[in-house]
Design a protein. Structure first.
Length: 462
């Protein structure tokens, strides 16, 4: 029997742009614009206009979540829905009313709201005008948006997060071209990473003025992908060390420790691409660490030495220092193309315990996306034993870390209801609850029943 602490929170995570649909939304975010201008870039031509219809269906959706034993829901407030004028931070009344209704409905269903402020969904107008997160003016506009959220909803929301997976913005939008604006520009990516860290710290500073009650907490949600060397060879170990610094510590260190990784800063400075920073900005980052940390974990990051020397004449990208390594015999989620490696959950827990002040943290996303789930349907119910097994394996590894003293306080599955997954659309389904996107009929999967028992008992049999 695997048992968790009595006050452990069992929840589910999602986001505004992946669930709400674009009903009555005043502005476009980058994905709205991308779909409007290039629908062929999205799986089966399915965009965010409807998503899972949460805007209209939130009462029924939350009732289903409660039936699945979900005690906490992390979602996000869309900047493009809440704000009327980005420069002044003035409010859109319909957006204010919607989020008020959603938060009140969560509480009525005894579901605790965990509210995130950015989930890859910057207003596209701020890209057009300022270059998006390349601009420190956008940092300050984000703080205005965050302040409005704290003032409007801080009376009922205790748990806040500045960003979800800022590293995905760096990778997808600026390094590898798989999210709009599809750039491949290493130096810009470096500055964007710095600016997003600065934006988080500035928003945290405002939060502590607006919501000084000690029951109110603010953090950041990071996708941690532990870097493992392909061998014990010093060159492979060095590649893994750089990959860890770049892929994880670039955001983890400033968020928790208040400074950037020293070795990473030295490398970036040596390469002539270190971000533009001021002493005043670095002091803001130092003075505003997070209260706690959300960790999204899906897969490890296996690397080896690069095929050619980083001294070669080539555009700067972080992977001049490493190359990804596919471990023979690995277990895969073939539909998503990700290795399944639960042991990393233990490693993350121990790393936070030993190197990050044993800060309070929780698993803010973990889940399995599978294509064509209808093939597993019997009598109208998706028999997703593979998802139950996935959760069992990862929770078993997490429990080892907790037993070793890591201060993990919850587990949020990705996701409650099948949601729209960016340009992958609905190709892979992650939910405990099925969404027939043609009728928006939502039904509990087998995993929902298992999760309900887990939530009620705080334990499960191996």
């Amino acid at each position: 029997m695997i048992t968790f602490p009595k006050d452990f929170v069992w929840g589910a995570a999602t986001s505004g742009p992946q669930t709400e649909g674009n009903f009555h939304k005043q502005h476009q975010n980058v994905f709205d614009y991308w779909f409007a201008t290039d629908p062929d870039a999205f799986d089966s031509g399915v965009g965010p206009d409807l998503a899972s219809n949460f805007y209209n269906d939130y009462e029924n959706d939350l009732a289903l979540m409660a039936q699945a034993g979900i005690k906490g829901v992390r979602t996000s407030i869309q900047w493009t829905r809440l704000i009327d004028d980005f420069e002044t931070g003035s409010l859109n009344p319909d957006g204010v009313a919607f989020y008020n209704h959603v938060i009140d409905a969560m509480l009525a269903h005894h579901i605790k709201p965990y509210i995130n402020l950015h989930h890859f969904d910057l207003p596209v107008a701020l890209y057009d005008q300022y270059g998006g997160w390349e601009s420190k003016h956008v940092v300050d506009l984000f703080v205005k948006f965050a302040e409005q959220c704290f003032k409007l909803f801080g009376d009922r929301v205790d748990d806040w997060f500045t960003f979800n997976e800022p590293k995905v913005v760096v990778d997808g939008q600026y390094l590898y071209g798989w999210h709009y604006p599809c750039l491949k520009d290493g130096p810009k990516a470096v500055q964007v990473a710095y600016n997003m860290n600065l934006a988080s710290a500035k928003a945290i500073a405002s939060f502590r003025k607006i919501c000084p009650d000690e029951t109110k907490k603010i953090g950041i949600i990071l996708n941690l992908t532990p870097a493992y060397a392909s061998s014990d060879d010093p060159a492979d170990v060095a590649a893994a060390e750089f990959a860890e610094q770049w892929s994880n510590n670039l955001f983890l260190d400033p968020a928790v420790l208040g400074h950037f990784p020293e070795k990473l800063v030295e490398t970036l400075a040596h390469d002539g691409i270190l971000w533009d920073a001021t002493p005043e900005e670095l002091a803001i980052i130092a003075a505003n660490p997070v209260d706690y940390l959300g960790v999204n974990y899906y897969h490890p990051f296996r690397v080896a030495r690069p095929d050619i020397s980083p001294k070669s004449l080539q555009p700067w990208l972080p992977d001049i220092y490493f190359k990804e390594y596919a471990m023979p015999g690995r277990v895969m989620n073939v539909d998503r193309g990700w290795e399944i490696y639960p042991q990393a959950m233990t490693d993350i827990a121990i790393n936070i315990r030993d190197n990050y002040h044993n800060i309070p943290w929780f698993i803010s996303e973990n889940g399995m996306g599978v294509a064509g789930e209808e093939r597993f349907m019997t009598d109208g119910v998706i028999q997703d034993d593979y998802r139950i097994d996935f959760m069992k394996e990862h929770l078993s590894a997490l429990a080892k870390g907790i037993d070793a003293g890591s201060n993990c306080q919850g587990y949020f599955v990705w996701t409650a209801i099948d949601c729209w997954s960016w340009n992958h659309a609905y190709h892979n389904r992650y939910g405990l609850i099925r969404d027939d996107i043609h009728t928006q009929t939502k039904t509990l999967k087998k995993s929902a029943g298992w999760f309900k028992q887990l939530s009620e008992r705080g334990s499960f049999s191996k």
